[in-house]
Write a protein that binds this ligand. Sequence first.
Ligand code: FE
Ligand code: FE
Length: 195
Amino acid sequence: MHKNNLGLYKKKLRKKLDNERYEHTIGVAYTAAALAMRYGADLEKAQIAGILHDNAKCFSLEKSMQMIEKYNIPVTEAEKLNPALLHSKVGAYLAMHKYKISDKEIIRAILYHTTGRPNMTLLEKIIYIADYIEPMRHKAQNLPEIRRLAFIDLDKALLKILSDTLEYLEKCQIETDPLTEKTYDFYKNIRPLQE
Ligand code: FE
Ligand code: FE
């Protein structure tokens, strides 16, 4: 069922996203598929979640806020302070109601792709990591190492991304969602980072 819709979602997203964001989206979908192959996750779900994960990314702050009010989408204080975080919430809502995705795992992968969460599912981890390592990305430090690690040990890659993200947010004094910190603590306690 999902398979036939992949092309349709791509077509729709082409109109909803700017060029750079669209290329990123396609990169996330293929990277997620490759990780799904490596770790035995559902390839179609990985691609759908990848294609739809940033569907609300190019909305203006005004439009995002309007949708949040109109549809009563719950947002946290941290999300209000850092509007970049709103797109996961609005995106998950639209994935359900506009793109008619009924699969809860896909919805959650979209919902948590920015912050992560403690005890993520395999698909959630795959989308979170694919978002960070897809080939169009170039800014983050340690990318070559994390890209390699992602195909060797998913949890180690996840932890490295979380610690680098927190470090970056702190350095740039960007409002951090407490959920990102909780996620980092959770995975750090499962397996402490080996330097
Ligand atoms: Fe995003
Ligand atoms: Fe993204």
